[in-house]
Ligand binder design. Structure first.
Ligand SMILES: CCC[C@@H]1NC[C@@H](O)[C@H](O)[C@H]1C(=O)O
Length: 608
């Protein structure tokens, strides 16, 4: 639907890399549109793409820049693609972009974490250099995902004020490519698997923009044909199927072709994807993968690294997967936005279950959410969902973000649960109709009807939350022992957490529960006997207390600590150059508690 197919080189498709050094210019007075910057930037500097721009700079104003900013590059387009469909695919442009080619607007996109394609056939100089200009903006508002505020200082400078704690990195943070496909092309395809004895039955649908017929061929990891189908929809039988399992992945290649009935040798378009055969479902208090109850071990993460910011960093991503395997994890959440497609393909290949989260974070009016963790009602008299703009503009942006998330990720075996909000103000009456619309859309759009949920924050705990009935799984972010009753009160905190869990179970006796955040800030290298908060010893004690609770209730089916790594946040009195709740430092080295979790998780089965 959104031309979201991940770029692939096939018999009929081409890719030209556009990453590298682009020209860049801030536009603090938003004058670029009036001064013709779409034809070229007047006084640019060099920046790398992909990358966030913030940590490239040494001056505070550039690092914290909030407002309009522009990118520009030169693009040579070969003439042999004149009869094809040619576009520029941005894997992400954070948070919003308008794309111009040779001074003509060719695309706009709202939302910084999903791909879009700018069609350029009508404006391109074939066999010539073309000027590509992208006008961007990184401001937050009540009507944006993620949510926040943009403050304006006395001198007119804009300042980002997020309702969340991760740093508002922005820019062309993921790869940009020229993508070439036939005029008549495959636009989308979906699969839904089920098992029939030792076989799998895979229902498929293919969307094209033409009338020619379609064939689909499935090959195994040895390249052997295992199933074939004809037609834009059908059911394939894969005999003696090898299912996709937690930490034991197996991927089949589904190749889709548009064929010409009049000429068997002619392939009009060809596309492929690597897909694991699995089922995911909730059954009472169990989360089932391929009909077997699973227990999730892992983390909330961030796409975050030094200097790169949120810029696509395959080296850091690879280290993260190695650390995840080392510690015995089998899952992660894409907190708090859709991650790069390459991360999901890696999770497919490595057998990690992913809680795929849309960028609906900050939907609680609190500039310091970690301070207001006790009671949302104290946060602001007019809660987030009571704001009129939220029920209109924010909802529209949220629904679009869900459409793009599910459209992009629906074929991934690793995607097991949709997280439709992170720590929203779910305790307000106004939240209920909003949540229902979001949940209903997700159910409608996902061919595989995966479980849907959101992460519940302490301030909207058991008895206060008014939206949990919409969830297939209950996901809790809890910080008893840190934000709530930390330090010498840690055992009291555990008692109170147990009480809340017992209340939750009365409210939702037939649903599985997941802890999607827990832990506390820990400065690597700080040691104390007896422990004190921020010491590595305390992080171990805190995680140990929580683990005792997880083991006490068989309807808790997963634990994802916060966070895999230390990460950059906005500056503040509670952040020491970022959030230090990582089990690993920002340069991906383990703290003492990582060894504790490794001992716990490597001894725990993935299947109950
Ligand atoms: C009580 C809310 C905790 C909060 N949860 C969302 C994460 O994005 C933050 O990093 C985490 C924190 O403050 O550490």
């Amino acid at each position: 639907m959104f031309d979201s197919l991940y770029p692939r080189l096939t018999a009929t498709r081409r890719i030209q890399n556009m990453c590298g050094t682009w020209r860049f210019q801030f536009d603090p007075r938003s004058e670029g549109v009036y001064e013709g910057w779409e034809h070229g930037l007047p006084d640019p500097i060099d920046v790398p793409v992909p990358s966030s721009f913030a940590d490239l700079f040494t001056d505070k104003a550039s690092r914290e820049y909030t407002g309009d900013f522009w990118y520009e590059t030169d693009l040579f387009v070969p003439g042999e693609w004149r009869d094809a469909n040619v576009g520029i695919r941005f894997d992400a442009a954070t948070h919003r972009a308008t794309v111009y080619v040779n001074g003509v607007e060719v695309a706009r996109h709202e939302g910084g974490f999903t791909p879009f394609v700018a069609p350029i056939n009508d404006v391109v100089n074939w066999n010539g250099v073309n000027t590509v200009v992208v006008k961007m903006n990184n401001e937050l508002g009540l009507d944006t995902l993620p949510a926040g505020e943009t403050k304006i200082l006395s001198d007119g400078t804009k300042v980002c004020a997020p309702y969340f704690d991760f740093y508002n990195y922005s820019g062309l943070q993921r790869p940009v490519r020229l993508v070439v496909s036939p005029r008549e092309r495959i636009e989308d395809f979906a699969v839904v698997s089920r098992f029939d004895g030792d076989d799998a039955l895979v229902d498929y649908t293919v969307d094209t923009n033409g009338d020619h017929d379609v064939e689909i061929v499935v090959t195994d990891e040895d390249g052997m044909d295992v199933a074939r189908g004809r037609g834009k929809a059908g059911t394939l039988r894969i005999e003696n199927v090898i299912p996709w399992q937690l930490r034991n992945a197996y991927l089949y290649t589904f190749t889709v072709r548009i064929v010409d009935d009049a000429d068997d040798d002619r392939v009009i378009d060809e596309y492929y994807d690597e897909i694991g055969i699995r089922t995911i479902a909730v059954d009472g208090t169990r989360l089932l993968l391929n009909g077997r109850p699973i227990y999730l071990k892992g983390f909330g993460r961030h796409e975050d690294s030094d200097i790169h910011g949120r810029g696509f960093d395959p080296v850091m991503n690879k280290r993260d997967f190695e650390n995840l395997k080392w510690i015995g994890a089998n899952s992660f959440r894409t907190s708090h936005y859709p991650y790069a497609e390459e991360q999901l393909y890696e999770a497919d290949r490595e057998g990690f279950l992913v809680i795929d989260e849309v960028a609906a974070v900050g939907m609680m009016k609190s500039l310091v959410n970690f301070l207001d963790a006790t009671d949302a009602s104290k946060t602001k008299e007019v809660t987030f969902f009571d704001e009129p703009v939220v029920q209109t503009d924010t909802l529209a942006a949220h629904l679009q973000a869900v459409r793009e998330l599910i459209d992009r990720d629906k074929r991934h075996a690793c995607v097991g649960i949709w997280s439709l909000f992170n720590e929203p103000d779910s305790a307000s009456d106004a939240a209920v109709p909003y949540f229902r619309k979001v949940f209903d859309l997700a159910l409608d759009l996902d061919p595989q009807k995966r479980p849907r949920s959101y992460t519940n924050v302490t301030a909207c705990g058991a008895g206060k939350d008014k939206c949990h009935d919409l969830c297939d799984v209950i996901m809790l972010n809890r910080y008893n022992g840190w934000y709530v009753e930390g330090g010498v009160l840690i055992h009291e905190a555990a008692r109170h957490q147990r009480e809340e869990l017992e209340l939750w179970h009365e409210l939702e006796p037939n649903k599985p529960f997941l802890f999607t955040e827990y832990g506390g800030d820990t400065m690597a290298g700080v040691h104390k006997l007896p422990s004190v908060m921020w010491s590595e010893e305390y992080q171990v004690e805190n995680l140990t207390e929580m683990a005792t609770l997880f083991d006490a209730f068989d309807w808790i089916v997963g634990e994802q600590a916060w966070n895999l790594n230390d990460f950059q946040t906005t500056e503040g009195i509670m952040r020491v150059n970022g959030n230090k709740k990582g089990l690993f430092t920002r340069d991906r080295q383990p703290k003492m508690a990582a060894y504790y979790l490794r001992d716990r998780w490597t001894a725990m089965p993935d299947y109950l």
